[in-house]
Design a protein around this ligand. Structure first.
Ligand SMILES: Cc1cc2nc3c(=O)[nH]c(=O)nc-3n(C[C@H](O)[C@H](O)[C@H](O)COP(=O)(O)OP(=O)(O)OC[C@H]3O[C@@H](n4cnc5c(N)ncnc54)[C@H](O)[C@@H]3O)c2cc1C
Length: 397
């Protein structure tokens, strides 16, 4: 159960049998990042780890409700570092999570004649620079696009991940390596204890308890600042958007295709493996509203912002625009929409970069905040935590 307000201190008590000295690390947030970090701490460093997840299961929030693209660099012509990190991490992701990805579709990137931030030539030479495979798309594919609006179409190598398979895989690995996973348990506040351990106040249902640990990792993504706010700690400037990824059935002729028109106010349609559908997103219509967490300003819980919105789909607008470029998209049938909060560092707006956030000792010694901007960032995150990262496009302080 999610609590709007933390329980009173009196309602909190240590769980029976909980030995304060027994736990090294508490990881808060069972998304892909929290799970991966907990696994690393346990498996590689041999630490005793508790993973707290407020929801009923792992990977139910942003790690599930996204576009499912495993980035291979193509998406980031405006941020060479992000593109290059994607190129490094793509094969690593495929190697470790091959059983969780769908590679059985052909992927195409198209460049618009108007409003695009890159031309076809610029895109081709950018791909050459980052070493990303690119060839002109076959004529049968080019015919799907309006040649008056689309300058060029390229065949590229990119795949999609299945978030449900990823959830099962992470849960099995966590169990295998002995991470203590507690779903349905929300961390409501963190404070320091006299012996330099941190105390995490938790709520599970109507009960509360405390966990003492040497180090606490806040991996709650859009809710990073919620824990900080409720612990009276300084906030990190973050930008949030309520987003909509539409899930659609596409016409048979494009069932085995993934399409992205870039880079500007365009769209993507690509397989969404865990539902056997395609995701449909549009740069203009996927974001429904946005706001920023600003230090010293009143704080809004992103989950509450999302929960309090009247759900209304932007899919009709997405398809109305996209079908001008690809008339066949008029035949898409809207099945569902995934609404989720997307959180990025404010600077990402300027250069479209996707660095990880790693804040050590955020307001309290041994309280670290970690946020990744895309799934494959997870390798950069682990290297940063391990202190072995060379250049990872990291926002740290
Ligand atoms: C619309 C959209 C499209 C995207 N598209 C892509 C894409 O195509 N490819 C890509 O690589 N990335 C994409 N991303 C980014 C990617 O989804 C995120 O970078 C990634 O999922 C973040 O993982 P996480 O574990 O940090 O967050 P989450 O998966 O959100 O995990 C955070 C967890 O913390 C839990 N939690 C929150 N508060 C508490 C608390 N107080 N106590 C305990 N638990 C708590 C939540 O329940 C949640 O499970 C997209 C994101 C969005 C929103």
């Amino acid at each position: 159960m999610m609590l709007d307000r933390p329980p009173s201190r009196a309602a909190l008590a240590s769980k029976p049998g909980e030995h304060a000295a027994a736990i090294d690390d508490v990881v808060i947030g069972g998304g892909f990042f929290g799970c991966s970090l907990a696994l690393y701490l346990r498996q590689t460093l041999g630490r005793r780890v508790v993973l707290l997840e407020a929801g009923s299961d792992l990977l139910l929030r942003a790690s599930h409700s996204n576009q499912a693209r495993v980035h291979n660099g193509y998406h980031y012509p405006r941020s060479l570092l992000t593109a290059l990190r994607s190129r490094v991490n793509y094969p690593r992701f495929l190697e470790q999570f091959r059983d969780c990805v769908d590679q059985a579709f052909d992927k195409y990137y198209a460049v618009s004649r108007n409003f695009s931030k890159v031309t076809a030539n610029q895109f081709r030479s950018f791909c050459t620079t980052i070493g990303a495979p690119i060839t002109p798309a076959p004529a049968a594919i080019r015919k799907l696009f309006d040649p008056d609006l689309i300058e060029a179409v390229f065949t590229v190598q990119e795949c999609a991940f299945d978030a449900v398979k990823l959830r099962h895989k992470m849960a099995a690995l966590l169990a295998q390596h002995g991470v203590d996973v507690r779903c349905g348990t929300e961390a409501v506040r963190v404070r320091a204890r006299a012996d330099s351990r941190l105390l995490v106040e938790c709520a599970d249902g109507d009960r509360g308890h405390e966990i003492a640990a040497k180090r606490v990792y806040n991996c709650t993504y859009s809710r990073t600042n919620r824990l900080l706010a409720s612990s009276s700690l300084p906030l990190i400037p973050l930008k949030h958007e309520v987003t909509e990824i539409a899930l659609v059935e596409v016409p048979d002729a494009i069932k085995h295709l993934g399409i992205t028109v870039m880079c500007g106010p365009f769209f993507s349609v690509m397989p969404f493996p865990s539902r056997g559908l395609h995701s449909f997103s549009h740069v203009r219509y996927t974001p429904h509203c946005q706001w920023q967490d600003v230090p010293d300003q009143p704080y809004m819980d992103p989950y509450a912002v999302l929960a309090n919105r009247v759900p209304q789909s932007n899919f009709p607008r997405m398809v109305l625009d996209a079908r001008r470029y690809m008339p066949i998209l008029a035949g898409c049938r809207h099945v569902d929409s995934l609404m989720e909060v997307k959180t990025v560092l404010p600077r990402s707006d300027m250069d479209d970069s996707r660095p990880i956030l790693l804040r050590r000792d955020q307001g309290l010694p041994n309280l670290d905040c970690i946020m990744g901007a895309k799934i494959d960032n997870v390798f950069d995150m682990i290297e940063s935590v391990a202190g072995t990262a060379a250049v990872v496009g990291r926002e740290s302080a």
